[in-house]
Design a protein around this ligand. Structure first.
Ligand SMILES: [Zn+2]
Length: 450
């Protein structure tokens, strides 16, 4: 059984009491944390001196679209979108329809690789490629395992083009879930509906029925833009979260992505059902959809994780935007979230928001050995138990300080370099896929491959 011993680190546990321990040793055996103590003298296969280093639980991205990596820098030959719906119609949906199974692998490999370099050891991804559905989740799983991180994966079920497409998406999720035991693999399957404005009650019922049968986690984009709210009000006479509540979609094994255009009644329903929310502040800024009512949701005790929605991969940067956005929105520099709350949103709360709270998100005996180890030597001021969260949000730490990224007790990133993957190969595979994808999207005339 392989073992790893971290010695003399400042351990930010993110446990229920938010304990910070200094200096402390952490022993991992067979991928699991077995002991946290002042001085562990047992032998281990690998012993790391973490003096002057901070040990965090691995960062977690609560909501993403890994395939979006292939769209970066694409020369858009379209009329610029002026609202969320046009964003979907002119950018995302044409891209979805052009994706192949090869793209599912190469985009995931690049994106998860980059997430890992940023200290992200687990993610929840929703994939959409309606012309290459069957087998897509296996490609995403393979790429994730090649990088060595954890993932919750699903195909984004939608009936935007046809009911048959929704049925096939549901079946791809059901198949992957049935074939992958979450206890035995780093990648596990969940159910996903795209958004309530692109699915029928029938598909929602079926998804709830299937998910309940296997106690599977589920997610859905929720009132990200006004179109979702307007659709549900016009067609069902209900607001989005009210419809999800009536259809039995809410609960502690559900994550709502965004939840921007919701009212107090909907916040109450999310709180009452212990439903999770994935907050994506940078994406909300990019798409100009509005500001989620994070302080109000926190006030109600709703569990919130931070995601990137396929945009910026730097977990620390996403966390900082979650910290700052609501202060500006409320014109109040003391507005929540606090530094502690945003660190929780990329660790323990994000773990809950992707259905893995029992396994990851904190440094505790019995949990998996997933860590981000940050070097403190470049900090301008001392670090101690009382200011760790402040150092995280006030600009002290960045990706450059990430010394190691560990998943299941195994180092996957050391001093900014992946331990088994070649950076140029990962990048080249992604570029090759992007060039072909852009060609299918009729964007090639302006592309000059390097
Ligand atoms: Zn999304």
């Amino acid at each position: 059984m392989e073992s790893l011993l971290l010695k003399n680190g400042l351990v930010v546990t993110m446990n229920a009491d938010n304990e910070i321990k200094l200096p402390m040793d952490v022993l991992v055996e067979g991928g699991e944390i077995v002991r946290i103590d002042k001085e562990i003298k047992e032998k281990a296969d690998e012993i790391l001196d973490c003096k002057n280093q901070v040990i965090f639980p691995g960062f977690i991205c609560a909501h993403t679209h890994l395939y979006s990596a292939l769209l970066r820098g694409a020369p858009m030959n379209i009329l610029p979108p002026t609202d969320f719906t046009q964003n979907l119609q002119r950018i995302w949906w044409p891209m979805d329809e052009a994706l192949t199974l090869e793209d599912a692998y190469t985009s995931t490999l690049y994106a998860v690789y980059e997430l890992a370099l940023n200290g992200v050891t687990a993610y929840l991804d929703t994939y959409s490629g309606p012309n290459a559905i069957e087998g897509s989740l296996d490609r995403i799983s393979k790429a994730t395992q090649d990088v060595g991180t954890r993932g919750a994966v699903c195909f984004e079920q939608t009936e935007r083009r046809s009911q048959e497409e929704g049925r096939r998406g549901l079946e791809e999720n059901r198949r992957f879930i049935s074939q992958n035991n979450p206890e035995k693999t780093l990648v596990y399957g969940i159910y996903c509906l795209h958004a309530s404005f692109t699915v029928s009650d029938e598909l929602m019922h079926k998804t709830v029925e299937y998910a309940d049968k296997t106690n599977s986690f589920r997610t859905i984009h929720t009132s990200e833009g006004l179109v979702d709210l307007q659709h549900n009000l016009e067609r069902y006479g209900k607001r989005t979260v009210e419809r999800l509540y009536d259809e039995g979609f809410l609960g502690s094994r559900t994550a709502l992505a965004h939840a921007v255009h919701i009212n107090q009644r909907e916040i109450d329903l999310i709180a009452e059902t212990n439903t999770n929310v994935a907050h994506n502040p940078k994406s909300n800024e990019l798409n100009a959809v509005g500001v989620a009512q994070l302080p109000e949701m926190l006030e109600k005790g709703i569990n919130i994780g931070v995601g990137n929605d396929g945009f910026i991969y730097d977990a620390i940067e996403n966390m900082r935007t979650a910290y700052l956005m609501h202060k500006l929105n409320h014109l109040n520099p003391s507005q929540v979230p606090t530094p502690l709350q945003v660190v929780q949103m990329i660790t323990i709360n994000a773990a809950q928001a992707i259905g893995l709270k029992d396994q990851i998100g904190s440094i505790e005996v019995g949990k998996k050995g997933d860590f981000v180890i940050l070097d403190t030597s470049a900090l301008p001021t001392p670090i101690h138990e009382g200011n760790v969260y402040g150092h995280m949000v006030y600009g002290s730490f960045s990706r450059r300080d990430i010394k190691r990224v560990v998943v299941n007790g195994k180092t996957i990133v050391k001093n900014g370099i992946h331990t088994s993957l070649d950076a140029s190969q990962v990048s080249q595979q992604s570029k090759d896929s992007a060039i072909k994808l852009w060609d299918r999207l009729d964007l090639t005339p302006r592309v000059v491959p390097l």
